[in-house]
Design a protein around this ligand. Sequence first.
Ligand SMILES: [Zn+2]
Ligand SMILES: [Zn+2]
Length: 269
Amino acid sequence: MTPLDLVKQVAAANDGTVIDEGGNGVRIAVRPTLDSGAPPPTYLIEVSAIGGALRVQECGSHRLPAYCPERHLNSDGSFCLHWAEEEPLGFGTEDDIMLWWGKLLAFLRRQIAVDSLRRWPGKSDARAHGPEAARGQASAERAATALGKRFTSAMDEGRLSTKRSRVAGNKRVRLFLDGRRLTSVDVKTKSVLTLRSRCPCDRQGGRPLPIVACADHAAALATLALSLERWAAAERKFFEFAASCGHECCGSVDGCPLPLPEQAKRQAA
Ligand SMILES: [Zn+2]
Ligand SMILES: [Zn+2]
């Protein structure tokens, strides 16, 4: 069976109704079951097979904006369901397609949530914008995991931040939790400068240890600070580039860094 045959089969058994097929794709009406029991909206989508992978976009219904990086909708209208570099997916077996279809349903449920929340629900299950940002995010997540639950939840809740500074010609990145400084990292040597201060991890039992003596936490803190910094810088560039290509905010997500369309600007003025 081809990936599209498998898609038809999996879709029909899971919230989808195949409408027709032709050209390169299959058109499907999807009504993702909601936990709340509320009646779900219908998304008309087209799935096509391209280069051994599947591509999906809305086709016929107009529930989603044409482009919105904050909603993980690519500029060609396709859905950004996963990040292939960190999480490669196969499309050859029924299990592969089940996994992929599950991601599609989760994606549509999140779109429904965005309609009312005006933001993407859950920071950790959103991938950063652009490959460089996503690499920074993946590396920051690994470092946070090494430091414990306090750090993974702080990251999930967007409570970690960084600031660049320069001291006597040396570049530093300071890492903050809730605005309170945790440590400083030297950019050139990629090392923590506060090795003797208490490690901010959530080590249980025994006395708190200085960073230098606490497992591999000196390295984890340095990686965390530098990766968060790299992620934020890459996201800024991503949005600058998108704006320079003439992309505008679709107006459905609060705090989107893209410029508003001229009309909206005039109305706001
Ligand atoms: Zn938008
Ligand atoms: Zn520690």
